[in-house]
Every structure is written in structure tokens, then in C-alpha cells.
Design a protein around this ligand. Structure first.
Ligand SMILES: [Zn+2]
Length: 46
């Protein structure tokens, strides 16, 4: 957490409700692919 990550390397990890979720390969944070807002992924099975 010392330097700001620019999240330049991401991979899509999930798609839900038409939204792609991407994970930054550098900092392992997970984002909404559209606006790159960090999201909390809830592992609820429905
Ligand atoms: Zn990052």
C-alpha cells in the first residue's frame, strides 16, 4: 500500500448482471470494468 497502483494489468474474472469484473494483476484489487471502481465481491451463490 505504499505506492498507488494504476491498474494497468487487469484480467476479467467474472461477469454478472452484464457487468464485467476485472482483477488487477499487480495489486489484486477487483473492479467494475466499466468505471474501474473498486468493488467488494460477495461470494453468494444464487
Ligand atoms: Zn492495481
Amino acid at each position: 500500500m505504499s505506492t498507488a497502483c494504476e491498474h494497468q494489468k487487469t484480467t476479467i474474472i467474472a461477469r454478472r448482471d452484464g457487468i464485467d469484473y476485472v482483477e488487477c494483476l499487480d495489486c489484486r484489487e477487483i473492479f467494475d470494468a466499466e468505471d474501474l471502481e473498486p468493488v467488494t465481491v460477495e461470494m453468494d451463490d444464487e
